[in-house]
Ligand binder design. Structure first.
Ligand code: ADP
Length: 153
């Protein structure tokens, strides 16, 4: 154990474990998807955040539970309203990459007060485009926390 405190062991782990090791499959919808269909997808897929993509799985935006709730209060026809109108759009989306540490991901979730981050890879020869390869939510962090705790005995 080489004189390390439990705190420094945990810190080292959190910086060594990569987002790619604990990420989930992304749940995505196209920008033309209606608010109604987005609500249905959220229930069916059991997630709190949908990632909005264009052709090729490239990141366009994210839509959360509150975005959808707010929209339903607006009195518009949610069967006709596309999610592109109400989502948080690029370049305002906070993301992480597979090789980033889980500590950095958790830090971004807390700093930006969001529940989930799209996990992305920059597209070569297409500056500014990000390919969506996963989803990292507070649940992934909590699950890792439980696993680390179990290992600690
Ligand atoms: P909820 O609406 O369920 O509380 P969040 O706290 O994650 O979920 O979302 C709050 C706001 O932040 C919403 O308007 C949402 O579109 C936006 N948001 C969610 N995730 C991100 C992200 N990764 N980057 C930027 N904005 C986000």
């Amino acid at each position: 154990f080489s004189g390390k405190t439990p705190g420094s062991v945990l810190a080292e782990k959190l910086h060594n474990i990569k987002v790619g090791e604990i990420k989930s499959v992304p749940v995505v919808v196209p920008e033309q998807c209606s608010v109604y269909d987005a609500v249905v997808t959220m229930f069916i897929e059991d997630v709190g955040t949908l990632i909005v993509v264009r052709e090729g799985g490239l990141l366009e935006g994210v839509i959360s539970r509150k975005d959808l709730l707010k929209t339903t209060l607006g009195g518009q026809d949610i069967h006709k309203l596309p999610v592109g109108v109400v989502m948080t759009r690029m370049p305002n989306v906070i993301t992480v990459e597979p090789d980033d540490s889980v500590w950095l991901a958790a830090k971004r979730l807390i700093t930006h007060e969001v529940d989930a981050l799209p996990v992305v890879r920059p597209v070569r020869d297409d500056a500014g485009s990000l390919e969506v390869v996963g989803r990292l939510s507070k649940t992934n962090i909590a699950r890792l926390f439980v696993e680390l705790g179990e290992g600690g005995g």
